[in-house]
Design a protein around this ligand. Structure first.
Ligand SMILES: O=P(O)(O)OC[C@H]1O[C@H](OP(=O)(O)OP(=O)(O)O)[C@H](O)[C@@H]1O
Ligand SMILES: O=c1cc[nH]c(=O)[nH]1
Ligand SMILES: [Mg+2]
Length: 216
């Protein structure tokens, strides 16, 4: 079973950003759509930072030497192209010294089934790293499972964090049952279910198309 953190479990500003992301009128403004994904990325990154390890460091201020804390090691951010790019940017603003990797995965509907085309992987070695896997929509969970199985071919991370904006219960279940290494899922919110096209209900539609326009 995955460990879970859900931002919408208490009242906070993320509810407003989620409402705007879902609203068909506000979605017409692509800049705002991308900005809201980025903002939620920053907030989730802050929450996730509480799970990371910090060490003390002496700091020379202009007045005296004091003690501060810094991240013990930088996380490795992995962005699932293409819809994750604005959400990923929110993480990169917070973890601004992080190494980054990119994978290209997209869904294809085949005979009422979703298959994942995994075409591109440009990542550093993930061995013994704090890996944060970034994708805004966890629908069937197949893109995440396919990405993790490809990443595990190059090494075993120290810890694996999977982050999303909106998840479907079916996706969480699939990720939990298929990913055998310890991991934690961090999301903005969990919606009702998937529809017959494997879109999240109520969801927000197609995140990649809304951020960047339709693709062939
Ligand atoms: O959990 P799943 O059922 O795998 O669905 C989630 C995937 O769908 C979206 O990508 P999409 O395939 O639409 O590609 P895109 O990023 O190019 O729009 C999204 O960004 C996830 O990667
Ligand atoms: O609801 C969904 C499912 C997959 N990808 C999206 O962008 N939205
Ligand atoms: Mg898409």
């Amino acid at each position: 079973m995955s460990k879970m953190f859900v931002l919408s479990d208490c009242d906070n500003i993320v509810h407003q950003y989620l409402s705007e992301l879902r609203d068909v009128e506000i979605q017409k403004d692509r800049t705002r759509f991308r900005k809201n994904l980025e903002r939620i990325g920053g907030i989730l990154a802050y929450e996730l930072s509480k799970d990371l390890h910090f060490i003390s460091k002496s700091i020379q201020t202009p007045i005296e030497v004091t003690k501060g804390k810094v991240l013990d090691e930088q996380p490795l951010l992995i962005c699932v192209l293409r819809a994750a790019m604005p959400f990923f940017q929110g993480f990169l603003d917070v973890f601004d010294k992080a190494d980054c990797g990119f994978v290209g995965a997209y869904r294809q509907e085949k005979e009422n089934r979703i298959d994942i085309e995994f075409l591109y992987q440009a990542t550093p070695d993930i061995s013994d790293r704090e890996v944060i896997l970034i994708d805004p929509m966890l629908a069937t969970g197949k893109s995440i499972v396919s990405t993790v199985s490809n990443l595990l071919k190059i090494g075993a991370p120290k810890s694996l964090h999977i982050v999303g904006v909106i998840a479907a219960p079916e996706g969480i279940e699939h990720i939990s049952s298929q990913i055998e290494i310890p991991h934690k899922i961090w999301v903005g919110t969990i919606d009702k279910a998937l529809n017959e096209k494997s879109y999240i209900v109520p969801g927000l539609g197609d995140a990649g198309d809304l951020a960047f326009g339709p693709k062939l």
